[in-house]
Structures are given as C-alpha cells and as structure tokens.
Design a protein around this ligand. Structure first.
Ligand SMILES: Nc1ncnc2c1ncn2[C@@H]1O[C@H](COP(=O)(O)OP(=O)(O)OP(=O)(O)O)[C@@H](O)[C@H]1O
Ligand SMILES: [Mg+2]
Length: 483
C-alpha cells in the first residue's frame, strides 16, 4: 500500500452493486457534511469522529481511529476513535513513535502504511501485547497522513477484532479518510498558526500602546515641568530687571543730584563770603566780579544737572502715562517723519550721519502723531547711540510700503554695528540696556513696543546681524482703531 497524501485524489469506490450504491451515496453525503464542518471550523476531533463513523459504516466490524502527531514530530495524540474503548485511546495518547511502536507509531515513524494482519503475532506490537490484549483487537492497518512536503500530520487506522488483511474496498476507504483528514488537520494547523500570530500582534500592539501611553505621560510631566521652569525663569528675570532698574535709577540720579548739591553748596559759600566782605566793608570791585562769575557758573551747573534729573524722571514717568489720552488727528506721514528727523539733527552726534527718508507724501494717517513721533525718536536715538559707529559716517533709512491688508509698513534701518543674536530676544524687555550707567535706562524700546502695539494698534519686529546693521519693521493700521 502506498502512502496517501494530502492533495491526492481519493480512489473511486469499486464495483457498485445495489447495497454498495446505497453505501456509496451515504459516503458521498457524509463527506459533504464533514467538509462543511471543516469549513465551519468545528472542533477538529468532533469532525474527525464523524469521519470515522462514516468510514466504519462502509464495512462490517471495522473500528477506525485518527491519531495526531504533535508539533515535536515525536509523540502521538489521540484525536478520534468513536467505536474504540476510550481507555484504549487514552493508553495511546502521548506514546512516542518509533520503528517498533504498534501500527500507528510505526507508520508515522516510517512514513509508510503499516499493515498488521494479526497483532498477537506482530513484532511491532510485541511491547504492547499485555496492554492491548484485554480489548480483543487483532488486525490494525495504519496509514500516515502527510503533507506534500513530507511532514507527518497523523495517522488513520482501521482495526478488526479478527486477524485479516485489507482488500481493495478498505484501501479505497483509507484513501478517502486520509485525504479528508489531511485537509482538516492542515486547516486547523493554519488556523492555530493564524491565531498565534494574531495574539502575538495583539500583545505587541498592547505593549506598544502601553509604551506610547507611558512616554505620553512622561512628555506631559516634562511639559508641566517645563512650563513651571519657564514661569520661574520669567519671574527671576523680571526680578533681575527690577533690580537693575533700581540700581540704574539710583546711579543715574545720584550723579546729577550730587553735582546739583555741590553747585548749590558752593553758591551758598560764595554768597556768605561776599556778605562777610560787605559787612566788614572790604568788598572790592574785582571780588564782586568774581562772585558774579561764580554765581553764573554754579547756576549753569545747577541747571544742567537739574535738567538731566528732569529728563530721567520724564523717561521713567512715560511708563505710567496713559497713552490713550494722546491727541488723535489726521497727518501726512512723510511730514511727521521729517519733523522727527529734524528734531534729532540738532544733536551733535547726528552731524556725521545721513538720514534718508523715502516715504510717499500722499500717505495720510488717522492716528496718534505724538505716539508715533515718540516711537521714531526712540528708534533714531538708538541708531545713533548704539548702532552707528561714533567716528565714521553712517546711514539711517526710513522707508514705507503697504502690507497685506492695507496696513502701513514702516522700516527704519541703520548701517551700524547690529545686535548680537543672544541679545535680540531681550531688547524689548523693560530696563534692558547695554549701556547701564551711561545715562540710559533701557526703557526706550519697551516704551516703543507698548506704543506700537497699544495706542497705535500695530506690531513691531527687529532684524539684525552683527556687522550688518539693524532694521526695525513696524506695521500700523492707517486708521487707528477707536479707543
Ligand atoms: N539700532 C541699534 N543698534 C544696536 N543696538 C541697539 C539698537 N537699538 C537698540 N539696541 C540695543 O537694545 C538695547 C535696548 O534699547 P532701549 O532703547 O530699550 O534702551 P537704551 O537705548 O539702552 O536706553 P534708553 O532708550 O532708555 O535710553 C540697547 O541698550 C542696545 O543694546
Ligand atoms: Mg534707547
């Protein structure tokens, strides 16, 4: 007998008589039922039990069994044997296959059908005689169920209670049984493989989801931490700014105040000296002249220092001024810019430099001219003080354009030193100055920013590169929104 393999066509039933035709019809119908159960994924051993009964019904006294070979390709698992005693099937369960392991164990080992006509006299059964004797089984023909690639899936066996050898009908039935069982076992293996992969995939997805959730939680914590740190930094920086303001204010006021007190003190001393000379009657004309000269000099010094104090205080006061009280009016932008530039040209440090104004004279704005003038003066002042080099000629250009949405785009750029990258983000901060103690308070750009974004309703940006000058870009609505 040849090995029957999955994929082989079952041999056709032989010589059908009347009873044989009924049996063949029952077999056909039974096969269809079994195949349907296979496609419905009914439990393998239930389906195989039905197949065994179907085959048994085709012969007299035939008992069928189906054994599976475990994935280790070494051990047997009882699957179906509906007419065999359950205790007998239990005995076979877990036995190892081998060269002398009964009919089934040997057939699976040899990968060939094994026909034992009489168990009692077969050397293959010798080791199990005592066990099998009580069940009265005598003949056992087993056929391995194999895949095309030679993998053994299990075995199909026919038993009889008397010694006998298979005839053509039994061989044909064996072919049918192994063919169908092969399909069912292969399908079940594929299914469990698929299930395993699905479970692995689900586990992986779950694991990844867990990891993702964990890293999300970590990120959230980090973000909260970051925001906290950021707030801390802002607070610390504000405190530091306040500290430097206080230091700056004290320092700036200290010098002119000290000078003013000195001047006032010396004026008093001069007056006392003259008064004594008058009382003693020794006042000379030259003394009087000297006294008048001293008074004039002291007065000038006093005035100068008080003016400096006044300027500083005006600067500080600007921070608290309610800018919406500024007068609103219609004005030509070109004229306003030219006036602001003219006011600055009075300064000695302006003489060497050139200011170019390129503005369409037709642009008329409805806004706050004082606020805009203040902005321009602050920017021009900065260009002169921080940007343009003291000893050489420099240029400041003031130009306009129209932005998307009809806003006026005003650019003021100087050809000066530029601003270092690390300082750029801080220049609009209150009290930030790189000239602390030199008459500056670091409020110019802070006030400028407030005016542009507040009363003028626009925004301001800066672009600068060290060595390539600085450009302030201001975008303003031509008509400021009503306060
Ligand atoms: N055109 C510029 N070129 C180079 N640096 C500039 C320019 N404009 C501003 N800066 C830098 O920005 C800083 C802040 O400017 P801001 O006008 O706010 O203060 P300040 O000019 O130092 O003092 P204040 O304006 O109160 O007299 C300046 O100290 C300077 O370092
Ligand atoms: Mg300034």
């Amino acid at each position: 007998m040849n090995a029957t393999r999955y994929g082989n066509e079952p041999a056709p039933p032989t010589q059908p008589g009347n009873g044989a035709m009924r049996k063949a019809e029952a077999l056909r119908q039974g096969q269809a039922q079994v195949l349907e159960m296979i496609t419905r994924d009914e439990p393998l051993c239930v389906t195989m039990a039905l197949l065994m009964r179907l085959i048994e019904a085709q012969g007299d006294g035939m008992l069928c069994s189906l054994m599976l070979l475990e994935d280790d390709q070494q051990h047997v698992r009882s699957c179906a044997g509906p007419s065999l005693p359950p205790s007998y099937l239990a005995l076979l369960d877990g036995l190892a296959i081998g060269p002398c392991a009964g009919s089934c164990g040997t057939a699976m080992y040899r990968r060939q059908p094994v026909v034992v006509a009489d168990i009692m006299s077969s050397p293959l059964w010798a080791p199990y005689l005592d066990l099998v004797k009580p069940y009265g089984l005598r003949a056992c023909w087993s056929t391995p169920i194999m895949l095309k690639d030679e993998q053994v899936l299990g075995s199909f066996a026919m038993y009889y209670r008397e010694p006998r050898s298979p005839g053509p009908a039994e061989l044909a039935l064996t072919a049918v049984a192994t063919h169908i069982a092969g399909i069912a076992i292969k399908r079940e293996k594929n299914e469990s493989e698929l299930r395993r992969h699905r479970e692995q995939l689900e586990a992986l997805v779950q694991q990844r989801t867990g990891q993702l959730e964990a890293s999300n939680a970590e990120l959230t914590t980090a973000l909260v931490q970051l925001q906290h740190t950021q707030r801390e930094l802002v607070r610390t920086e504000k405190l530091a700014s306040l500290g430097s303001l206080v230091a700056g204010v004290a320092h700036e006021l200290n010098t002119p105040l000290g000078n003013a007190m000195l001047s006032a003190g010396s004026l008093v001393a001069h007056a006392q000296r003259i008064e004594a000379a008058v009382v003693q009657g020794v006042l000379k004309r030259s003394d009087l002249r000297q006294f008048l000269a001293d008074i004039a000099q002291g007065g000038t010094l006093l005035t100068h220092n008080l003016a400096r104090i006044n300027t500083l205080i005006q600067h500080f006061k600007q921070l608290a001024v309610d800018q919406t009280t500024d007068l609103r009016s219609q004005f030509a932008l070109h004229a306003l810019v030219v006036r602001a530039v003219d006011a600055m040209s009075a300064r000695a440090d302006m003489a060497k430099h050139q200011v170019e104004v390129d503005i369409d004279p037709a642009i008329v704005m409805d806004s706050y001219p004082d606020a805009l003038t203040e902005v321009l003066c602050n920017l021009l002042d900065n260009a002169l003080m921080h940007g343009l080099p003291a000893g050489q000629a420099g240029t400041v250009r003031i130009t306009t354009g129209i932005a998307d949405g009809g806003n006026i785009r005003l650019a003021l750029e100087d050809s000066g030193h530029g601003i270092a990258d690390e300082l750029l983000p801080r220049i609009f901060d209150p009290f930030f100055t790189t000239r602390l103690g030199q008459g500056t308070s670091g409020l110019g750009l802070y006030v400028t920013h407030n005016l542009v974004t507040g009363v003028l309703g626009g925004h301001i940006n800066v672009e600068s590169q060290v060595g390539h000058g600085t450009r302030f870009l201001i975008e303003l609505p031509q008509t400021a929104s009503r306060p």
